[in-house]
Design a protein around this ligand. Structure first.
Ligand code: ADP
Ligand code: MG
Length: 237
């Protein structure tokens, strides 16, 4: 049985159809790369899976771990094992890194998770999760918090983007940590070298999955400029 199964998913925002009759599935413990040009709906699909406020499909079914989740709120989906690291990492005023990392679970000492993402607990646990942290530091802290949750599915929306972005090696290390945790990962990325570390990949174009297969097959499809949906127009804008 698939861990995540999506069928016929259509989503509209202000009369604009962003996803159309989309089908997508992932197995337990699978690392799945989701690729596609800017504006094709990758983040939108991530928000719909997570159940973010305002993201209600016009039609379609989403099943996670055997349950229908379309009607569940974001915290209910979190409770059954879905977690997400946002494209723009968190910034809270008035909360320390230690508090942030122990907010969503009962781990007494979050040091281990900070070490996992390459940050020294001595230097970071007492700091505030605010604008004094760089984008890359906030991204690492957010990834540490998702690792600590040990979700069945971790959605990572472009963990490799941003001004001081994580290196390819950083991302590979983080993915390996999720693998050790037994988490499946939906890895949204622009970078081919990152997509290649996944077990499977899917390409999104004009609101639907246009190609799904091994990361290499999907990369070839992308490079061929023969996208069946956009004829290379969107995929290579
Ligand atoms: P990606 O993550 O692939 O870059 P997004 O999912 O962020 O793409 O956006 C997909 C498309 O949906 C874009 O054209 C974007 O402008 C549009 N969009 C996203 N959210 C809204 C919204 N709330 N209202 C109108 N259009 C939106
Ligand atoms: Mg996005």
């Amino acid at each position: 049985m698939a861990l995540l199964e999506i069928q016929g998913l259509t989503y509209r925002a202000h009369d604009k159809e962003i996803l159309t009759d989309l089908a997508f599935s992932m197995d337990a413990e699978e690392i799945h790369a989701l690729v596609g040009t800017n504006g094709t709906g990758k983040s939108t699909l991530a928000y719909l899976i997570m159940g973010c406020e305002g993201y209600r499909p016009a039609s379609g079914e989403m099943r996670f771990d055997g349950k229908m989740i379309s009607g569940l709120k974001i915290h209910e989906r979190a409770a059954i094992g879905i977690a997400m690291a946002w494209q723009e990492p968190v910034r809270f005023e008035g909360i320390s890194v230690r508090e942030y990392l122990t907010l969503k679970h009962r781990e007494a000492d979050p040091s281990h998770y900070l070490e996992m993402v390459g940050l020294s607990p001595e230097l970071y646990l007492g700091r505030m999760v605010d604008k004094c942290l760089s984008g890359g530091e906030r991204k690492r802290i957010e990834l540490a918090s998702i690792l600590a949750l040990r979700p069945k599915l971790a959605i990572l929306d472009e963990p490799d983007s941003g001004i001081d972005m994580l290196s390819t090696q950083d991302i590979i290390n983080v993915i390996n940590l999720f693998k050790q945790n037994g988490s499946a990962v939906l890895l949204i990325t622009h970078r081919e070298e990152i997509a290649l570390i996944a077990d499977r990949a899917s390409q999104l174009c004009r609101g639907g999955i246009v190609c799904s297969g091994s990361p290499r097959e999907v990369a070839e499809y992308y490079k061929s400029r023969k996208c069946l949906v956009c004829d290379g127009e969107v995929c290579h804008e």
